[in-house]
Ligand binder design. Structure first.
Ligand SMILES: [Fe+2]
Length: 196
């Protein structure tokens, strides 16, 4: 059974308490339905022949619920305990500068990905095979997730993430607010853990 996690999110700048509260409820839904799918699969397997179609569809949707849960955990954890800048001498900062030229160039690249039309996630991963940072857009929660890469940073670009505070045309302001509140020490930890 997956457990709903709690997050120490302080009052944020540009993202309201109301938006976070509603968003956490949605996150809880992904945890709940990740468990529900697994329970239903177990139940339907007792007569797998009769339930072939239903089983296939449940298995097909598991990645949606599971990644919906995990993406949100990366997202909310990165907003815990107040904003912290990325240390200019940190290992992650150096990796970002090596890969993208400068921190500002990195931010521009990540922001462009976040502005992709549609609902989904802007992701930064660490690829253990190439030992490089990689950006990707993920549709919904799972379509486009990169096999075997460790998520370092996840920015929720579903409308529910910002529409309590911003109109769709202003979603760039939400991206700015996210970075104003981001605790980079969490991202640095994710990076160091991914590197092993
Ligand atoms: Fe979300």
């Amino acid at each position: 059974m997956y457990q709903t996690q709690t997050f120490a999110i302080p009052e944020l700048k540009g993202i309201s308490k109301h938006a976070i509260e509603e968003h956490l409820k949605l996150y809880g839904g992904y945890v709940k339905f990740s468990n529900t799918i697994l329970e239903k699969i177990k139940e339907y397997k007792q007569d797998a022949e009769k339930n072939t179609y239903a089983l296939g569809e449940l298995q097909r949707r598991f990645g949606f619920e599971f990644n919906g849960m995990r993406n949100h955990e990366y997202y909310f954890k990165s907003l815990e305990n107040g904003a912290q800048a990325l240390d200019t001498k940190s290992t992650l900062r150096k990796a970002i500068e090596k890969e993208f030229g400068s921190f500002d160039a990195w931010l521009a690249d990540f922001t462009n990905i976040a502005l992709t039309r549609g609902i989904g996630w802007a992701m930064m991963y660490y690829d253990r095979e190439t030992m490089r940072l990689t950006h990707a857009w993920v549709d919904e929660h799972h379509i486009g997730q990169l096999d075997g890469l460790a998520p370092i940073l996840a920015l929720d670009m579903w409308e529910h993430a910002y529409m309590i505070d911003y109109v769709p045309a202003d979603k760039k302001k939400y991206i700015t607010a996210f970075f104003d509140n981001l605790n980079w020490s969490v991202i640095e930890e994710n990076y160091l853990a991914a590197r092993g």
